[in-house]
Design a protein around this ligand. Structure first.
Ligand code: PA5
Length: 477
């Protein structure tokens, strides 16, 4: 594998602990060994499906090969990132959905939590922003804090037809031109290799530096291709470590038995829970750094599994609503519901064995026992105790929960988590017998937006919208 030593890699292994899903810990609310074993053959079929279709572009399964087939691209990205760090003060990603959540997640996971506020000498790269909305206030406010001529804009869109990203692009193209800057000098595209509007724009402008979003990689599976790797490299994140971690998890999951394959077992646990009516999947990291991993996961799980048709064309309505939650913050907000509300949830805890620092809590307030007991501990001990306490409280209340243990947070362990969740999603989709990799449900809203803004070819949709009944004012109170 060539990334650090075998001992180090094994010491960094992310592991799945699903004890709190079982009868032994949850009593009658948990799965018996027999109930889980009943999924073995289904799980095995899902494993075989994913294995046989690995790398197939036509099935959008090219993401499985990303840990292995990008050597030249990685070298190019590292060289470009070096230039960007030298020449620009700001780096702005313009994208949405799968083109944005990955960069946001990696930035938050592996950089200082107040990165942009650090003095330049303490940052590894330019100030960093990911703009994944078209709220005009947000765009105005971004333009208040960057200097366009000192900014590298990474426009990320596979189709180049996404209204949000292209509206942002038009704004910055105009700004750069008005500032007398050649757009080519400050813009990098990440897009489809051959088709799409960014390709056309690049050709018109005489060739804009462009990275390829490979054919067989959909947006939400794209963090480990240039979509995520370029922004990460600009931030000084070890992108070889990310890919090595993904490959390491891939090798761990290369086992057909669900008892030995954490991604397969976690898919089975979720599917089995869904079949019992647990339609909400809570992703709860006990780490501020992993807060946006939960966002990234929510898109992956929701857009991949929320489908209304099986692969053989039969109607269905499947999926599980993913919910993000942050430990310990949401103990004071959501956990009341998780422990006493409906039995409709599975909670996935992301637990760090070691934080990047400890932060001792000094002794003090010795006459106030409620406070004094904290002195002499560390914040790491406190957050870990609260994490364990939440797992205990959920289990005591008969609520399904399981933990992914992360030895420490670094590029290698983050890469493992990404690949584990991607495989888990692919296995779950195969078990549900749906197309995991499309998103037809997003289209209707897109078409209505085009019609409302007068895009050519959408006159019929506009008519349909115009013919909706008038709103009843009595129902507007
Ligand atoms: O996961 C997906 O496929 C979507 O979230 C897309 O990433 C998102 O719609 C952006 O599409 P595009 O990259 O074509 O601009």
């Amino acid at each position: 594998m060539g990334y650090k030593t075998k001992e180090w890699r094994n010491s960094m292994r992310v592991t799945l602990d699903y004890n709190n899903m079982t009868e032994k810990f949850l009593g009658e609310k948990g799965f018996t060994d027999r109930q889980l074993s009943a999924y073995s053959s289904k799980a095995n079929l899902a494993f075989q499906y994913v294995k046989e279709n690995r790398g197939k572009d036509e099935l959008y399964m090219g993401w499985t090969e990303l840990p292995y087939n990008q050597k030249e691209i990685v070298d190019d990205i590292l060289a470009t990132a070096r230039d960007i760090r030298k020449n620009f003060q700001y780096f702005v990603v313009l994208g949405i959905g799968g083109s944005a959540l990955g960069p946001i997640m990696a930035f938050n996971a592996l950089c200082h939590l107040h990165y942009n506020d650090l003095p330049k000498s303490k940052r590894k790269g330019p100030k960093f922003y990911v703009e994944d909305n078209v709220d005009p206030v947000r765009m105005r406010d971004l333009l208040d804090v960057i200097e366009p001529e000192k900014t590298c804009f990474n426009v990320v869109s596979k189709s180049g037809a996404t209204s949000e990203t292209m509206a942002q692009y038009l704004i910055i193209q105009d700004l750069l031109t008005k500032a007398g800057v050649n757009v080519k000098d400050n813009v990098i595209f990440t897009t489809d290799a051959k088709k799409g509007n960014l390709k056309k724009i690049s050709d018109e402008l005489g060739g804009i530096k462009s990275y390829v979003l490979p054919d067989g990689v959909g947006g939400r599976f794209s963090q480990l291709c240039p979509v995520g790797l370029l922004p990460a490299a600009v931030l000084g994140i070890d992108i070889k470590g990310l890919l090595a971690g993904a490959g390491y998890m891939d090798s761990i999951c290369n086992k057909p038995s669900m008892r030995q394959n954490p991604a397969l077992m976690s898919a089975v646990l979720q599917i089995a829970a869904m079949e019992q009516g647990k339609n909400v999947g809570v992703m709860m990291p006990y780490s501020d750094n992993l807060k946006y991993l939960a966002d990234w996961y929510c898109q992956l799980w929701a857009e991949s599994l929320g489908k209304n048709e099986t692969l053989d064309g039969k109607p269905c309505n499947v999926g599980q609503t993913p919910v993000k939650s942050l430990g310990v913050t949401d103990q004071h907000s959501q956990v009341q519901l998780y422990t006493e509300g409906p039995y409709d949830k599975v909670v996935t805890l992301l637990s760090l064995k070691k934080y990047a620092c400890e932060m001792p809590i000094p002794h003090g307030c010795e006459n106030i026992p409620d406070v004094a007991f904290l002195g002499g501990h560390t914040m790491e001990e406190l957050i870990q105790a609260e994490n364990a306490a939440t797992a205990y409280a959920l289990t005591k209340a008969g609520r399904m929960n399981y933990t992914l243990w992360i030895p420490e947070l670094n590029a290698f362990t983050l890469g493992q988590l990404l690949f584990l969740f991607e495989l888990q999603t692919a296995y779950a989709g195969a078990m549900l017998n749906i197309n995991t990799f499309n998103q037809p449900g997003v289209e209707e809203g897109k078409k209505a937006t085009f019609a409302l803004l007068g895009k050519a070819g959408y006159a019929e949709k506009k008519q349909e919208l115009d013919s909706l009944p008038a709103k009843d004012v009595k129902q507007m109170i």
